[in-house]
Design a protein around this ligand. Sequence first.
Ligand SMILES: [Zn+2]
Length: 531
Amino acid sequence: MKVDLLIKNAKIIDGTSNPWYYGGVVIKGDKILEVFKDNALIKAKNYQALKIIDAQNKFLTPSFIDVHSHSDFVFFLDSNAQSKLRQGVTTEVIGNCGISGAPYNELSADQVKSFSYGYQPGWENVEEFAAALSEVEKTVNLTPLLGHGTLRSYVMGMENREATAAELEKMKEILARALKLGYRGMSTGLYFSPGNFAPQAELIALAEVVSSKNGVLTSHIRDEGVKSIGFIRAVKEIISIGEKSGVSLEISHLKAFGPDVWGRSKQVLDLIEKARTRGVEITADQYPYLATGGLMASDVLPNEFLSNKSNQKAMEELKDKKVQAELRDIVKLNIKRRGGAENQIIANYPADHSLEGMTLKQISDRQGLEPVDMLFNMLTEYLAGDWISRALSEDDVVNFMQYYALMISSDGVSLSNSGILGSGNPHPRNYGSYTEVLSKYVRDKKVLNLEEAVRKMTSLPAQKFNLKNRGLIAQNKVADLVIFDLDQIKSPTFSEPDIYPDGISAVIVNGKTAVLNGNYQQLRAGKLILS
Ligand SMILES: [Zn+2]
């Protein structure tokens, strides 16, 4: 029998967390036709493969599913964007943190464009966006969430008030259409405007729509530190939304942010576990770094200031020294809560690219300004820049990572280290979240065993996000696979963030070999997954 691909002499980790075993797989089309333990089977069944990969006793696992991605736009700009593919990711769940590519109109433009890298959307509704995503060539599979912040601003702008009955109906109608189309669910960004303007009743009403279609509600919770209601209350809030609506919940990029809440991981895991015991279907994800990445403006400016205005308007108001004087104390405090100016590294600042890679402290010292004043100057020039904040503790990161209902994510984007997506000083999570877990936390620190780490990257995310045919090595599953040499994995670092990791030797996307011998094969085999 003619088959497309044969992988032999591998140590198979199937994604269930069962221990590895020697074997191989036979692939026909985009499916795994057979999993075998003995090469003799190839002869016995007379399989003739168009292509054979000898894994040379490296690990063969399902490729990774990144449940927290922001790659909504990148493939429209560069269809070869490969920073996820090269770390072994072949499926990204996009539209997170309340921000999605559609619905798009003048009112939702600031939201939609948060991750657009300057791309001008040519669609309005969710159907048109899905059609565009389906058509564009891409290195990995994408599957979307509808962003609540985008949805709300599309319907009612950046208004800091309750939705009217008609507005809520409109939101429910668009959400139901997205779910019918095959969206995985809805994401919320309660930390950001306008997500933080939504009263609980609105969030529950929308969560009920998601729940009725067996979707997932993901949440960048209201506070991961002490900026507004506090970390613990924010976790309780999202659990209560899950409990009242019955929706399957996912806490996005779970972390204890800033020295004020370091050590709270045990208490938070206890809240989550107790909720699970009560029947709340709640899980979480995490990226494996001690530094976060985020928008400078939302991280330091109070929500009250940002409400009811466009980015343009906020920048104009910020130029007023009186406004700066009023905001000075709180902005100063928010910088301190993030670990101080020496721990804020500018990542992406189109108004002056030369600042990228420098800390806020270095920039302000050079100008002879206090960090708070330097930051005001920067925000008045360009509001939507982002930075990296060194603000997490290793103990909390490890506690969360070891929790059985936590999966790995990146909170990153498929980038390229050259071309239009190669600018700035990106967080290394874009290039190496998965290799960082494998090299640092599995191999070096032994915080997780390899099979458990692989489960958190494959079958757990597939089960959570209803990706029925993926995330496991088994007969008839889609052939999304990765081959890696654990000893050889080298992950990008903060000082060299935009290099592709070493040690990932092959990546198979929908049965097609997109990375071979560590090299990208110029193959865009990704699909839009809507079922
Ligand atoms: Zn987020």
